[in-house]
Design a binder for this molecule. Structure first.
Ligand code: SAH
Length: 363
């Protein structure tokens, strides 16, 4: 099936030509797709065209299967179903400046990080650009109350920012992720600002260099999680492939090339990387670099034997980095009552233990 949301305007026109239609129909369809409409709802298209299209295309291959809404902070957790039945997750965080959607880039993940639930069963497959865009379209539709014609009028009720921090390693699905980024920022499409998009990678060094050359001004987040190779290897298999020196050098090259800072993510795992000497070593490595450190107290995963540090430990680590002149914040926990952390809901559903958050189910 063709994914209409993954076609750029040239490709849409080609499709119309191939279907014996005039090119302007392509523009009409693109405008509907960007407003999250389904083919059957594209009411300014002739009925025959709608049914011919429905034979071979879907507007959006990603459907929201269930929703959990946090009673604490309004965070929404989605389980999406893809056309082949695979399930992926997403989280919508509501900030005062707008809605941020956390997207998945793969079904599962093969990076094998010791603390992460998404990788427990490996990678099933990578997502297409259309399946990534579809996550945004599905959530926009929900936010607009399922009313596609009103969707563009209620500008506040849309996804404004996107973080590629759901399941999967974006750079392990490089081509489709780059395609997604180009489509999502296309002014004829969703027209998101690249500056409102963050891409998080565990550090595929060759891809960082390549990505710097793409000229897509998103924020690069690098999952560092350790101040040296020895500790990093305990947490992340990727550390066996690239040294921390190579990884940070690639980030410095990114900063030089794009003029944009890098955000280093550092998940605090009690007794593994929380010693204040780790903070000193980290500060030393990042000295003079245009960067920011985001501390994430470990989100406990049942299957993993790792411990979340105490509040005191987190604060002390953060203070030490500050004293060493590193720009640092801690990630605010959101949706803690709805399993906001990566991969947890999908796993429980696959294992048949999720209740799908029925009490909060709104769809
Ligand atoms: N594969 C990409 C993006 C996915 S995860 C990457 O590695 O960056 C987004 C962030 O959440 C990463 O920094 C990841 O290491 C972190 N993360 C995953 N599981 C976590 C957990 N249980 N607790 C805290 N952070 C976690």
């Amino acid at each position: 099936m063709i994914e209409l949301c993954a076609l750029d305007s040239g490709e849409m026109q080609d499709l119309m030509r191939e279907m014996g239609q005039s090119a302007f129909r392509g523009g009409q369809i693109a405008s509907w797709v960007a407003r999250s409409a389904e083919i059957g709802e594209m009411t300014n298209l002739p009925l025959e065209l709608r049914s011919a299209l429905a034979q071979r295309a879907v507007a959006n291959p990603t459907a929201i299967d269930s929703v959990r809404v946090s009673r604490l902070d309004g965070t929404e957790k989605y389980l999406y179903r893809l056309t082949d039945g695979n399930l992926i997750e997403g989280v919508l965080m509501r900030y005062h400046y707008g809605n941020t959607l956390c997207l998945s880039t793969q079904v599962g993940c093969r990076m094998g990080c010791a603390f992460c639930a998404s990788t427990l069963e490996g990678c099933v497959r990578s997502l297409s650009a259309g399946e990534m865009l579809g996550q945004i379209l599905a959530v926009n539709r929900r936010l607009a109350g399922n009313c596609v014609t009103r969707a563009d009028k209620k500008a506040g009720d849309r996804v404004g920012n996107v973080v590629l921090m759901g399941s999967g390693e974006p750079f392990d699905n490089y081509d489709q992720v780059v395609r997604f980024l180009r489509l999502a920022t296309d002014e004829k499409g969703l027209n998101l600002s690249a500056r409102g998009i963050s891409l998080s990678t565990c550090g595929l060094v060759d891809r960082i260099y390549r990505f710097a050359d793409e000229g897509i001004p998103v924020t690069l987040s690098l999952s560092l999680h350790a101040p040296n190779d020895e500790i990093r290897k305990r947490l992340m298999p990727i550390a066996n492939r690239y040294t921390i020196d190579e990884t940070i050098e690639a980030c410095r090259a990114w900063v030089r090339k794009t003029g944009r800072r890098v955000v280093f993510e550092y998940a605090l795992v009690d007794g593994v990387n929380t010693d204040l000497r780790c903070a000193d070593e980290l500060a030393h490595r990042l000295r003079g670099m245009q960067c920011h450190v985001n501390l994430i107290p470990l989100n406990g995963v049942k299957e993993r034997n790792l411990i979340t540090p105490s509040e005191q430990t987190v604060t002390a680590f953060m203070e030490r980095l500050r004293q060493r002149h590193i720009s640092v914040t801690r990630r605010r926990g959101m949706g803690e009552d709805i399993e906001g952390a990566c991969g947890q809901l999908r796993r429980r559903t696959l294992n048949g233990t999720a209740d799908g958050g029925r009490s909060d189910l709104t769809e």
